[in-house]
Write a protein that binds this ligand. Structure first.
Ligand code: PXL
Length: 268
């Protein structure tokens, strides 16, 4: 490798391969970034119970060991978080960001995913709000997560998105990206990037009939990989939008419960 760029994801494993650290590593690979992992939970889906998602936490002392391996033993150019099972783990990650002076910190405040109503225990969500948002160089909530972080009932208009971004910025995040994805706005998928000065809307035609499981993880991983390679936040976010768009367009069915993104689509 001529230039070695290294990224860490502190995230859960999605056994079905579409989301979580599997999506993150596939994305890092496509960007030419060397990917490393601290595994937080293992999600197994049950085909005998309508793909019910079972979330199995990894003991925190084992997560500590993984973070030491990567942060003390190797070093990282950028990092991201994904599914975090407990407030205790959130405290640990906040302390690790400070201890190792980690740069290019991308927080994907995963609180909900398809297949489970709530995956985040309320204490962990509160800890993310109190401890991780202010340490984020970029935070990438969807509209549900953004409404929670911003103390708003819901986000359904562009003005709501701006209001939420402003409130999340006030919690201390350097840059806020709110992904409206397929949830609102009819024919369009609209993301907003707010850096405290400018509201930049990225509008794309909605991709109809695609499988979007893992799209959020892939987006935040693409931002992380971009930052690891030295892109500006604006550039990394723009690129991540295109990367996910291509992966969504080429997404494919896996079984009767859903499908997956094609992470290699951008180069085809
Ligand atoms: O897409 C959210 C998500 C994140 N991380 C893991 C997951 C999921 C959804 O299934 O399994 C590990």
């Amino acid at each position: 490798m001529s230039n070695l760029y290294k990224a860490l994801t502190i995230a859960g494993s999605d056994t079905s391969g579409g989301a979580g650290l599997e999506a993150d590593l596939k994305t890092f690979q496509e960007y030419g970034v060397y990917g490393m992992v601290a595994l937080t939970v293992i999600v197994a889906q049950n085909p005998r119970e309508e793909w019910y998602h079972e979330v199995n936490p990894i003991p925190v002392d084992l997560i500590v060991k993984q973070i030491i391996t990567v942060c003390e033993g190797i070093g990282v150019d950028a990092m991201k978080t994904g599914m975090l099972g407990s407030a205790e783990l959130v405290h640990l990650i906040a302390a690790s960001i400070d201890k190792y002076k980690l740069k290019n910190v991308v927080i994907d405040p995963v609180m909900v995913c398809k297949g489970v109503e709530t995956i985040m225990v309320p204490e962990a969500a509160a800890a993310i709000k109190g401890e991780l948002v202010k340490r984020a160089d970029v935070i990438t909530p969807n509209t549900i997560e953004a409404a929670y972080l911003a103390d708003m009932e819901s986000i359904i208009t562009l003005e709501d998105m701006k209001e939420a971004a402003g409130r999340i910025k006030e919690l201390g995040a350097k840059n806020v990206v709110i992904k409206a994805g397929d949830r609102i706005f009819g024919e369009e998928a609209i993301d907003l990037l707010y850096d405290g000065k400018e509201f930049i809307f990225n509008r794309q035609p909605k991709i109809i009939g695609c499988y979007n499981h893992g799209a959020g993880c892939t987006f935040s991983a693409a931002v992380t990989a971009g930052l690891a390679k030295g892109m500006s936040v604006k550039e990394a976010v723009e690129n991540a939008g295109k990367f996910v768009g291509a992966a969504l367009k080429a997404s494919f069915k896996l079984n009767e419960y859903g499908g997956a993104l094609d992470h290699a689509a951008w180069r085809k």
